[in-house]
Design a protein around this ligand. Structure first.
Ligand SMILES: [Ca+2]
Length: 137
């Protein structure tokens, strides 16, 4: 019985981790009107998510970095007195709903650095062939 429960749990985890990939990131980025914003194609956001977290929405490389694109806590609110630009709790950057994450990404990309605010993007995505990040399904 325990084994069965474990197998079911593993199955659910496998399905859930499968659900997040370039297509989900691209769909959410498109919904946040990021397509072509500041000249970036949607594949840039999938590339960023892949290299920042391997599409793990609950990832924290450090306690100050949150979610699928590792947004720094200077953008979101941890304490009740925080009033940071994205205006959302940092904890909401760790759930499976990427819509607020992408709105926050858009706010960050608004700044002069654009996507270069993210080191993984500068290192692995900038001026690279991003065809592997196209959503094909
Ligand atoms: Ca979220």
């Amino acid at each position: 019985m325990k084994t069965l429960a474990l197998l079911i749990l593993l199955g659910i985890c496998a399905l859930r981790s499968e659900a997040i990939g370039e297509c989900e990131v691209i769909a959410e980025a498109r919904a946040a009107s990021l397509e072509g914003y500041k000249g970036y194609s949607l594949e840039n956001y999938a590339c960023l998510a892949f290299y920042a977290s391997n599409y793990d929405t609950s990832f924290q490389r450090t306690p100050d970095e949150f979610g699928i694109v590792q947004i720094n806590r200077m953008w979101c609110n941890v304490g009740p007195k925080d009033n940071n630009p994205c205006g959302i709790p940092c904890s909401s950057l760790l759930d499976n709903d990427l819509s607020d994450d992408m709105k926050c990404v858009k706010r960050i990309v608004q700044d002069p650095n654009g996507l270069a605010a993210w080191n993984p993007w500068t290192e692995y995505c900038k001026d690279k062939d991003l065809s592997q990040f196209k959503c094909l399904s």
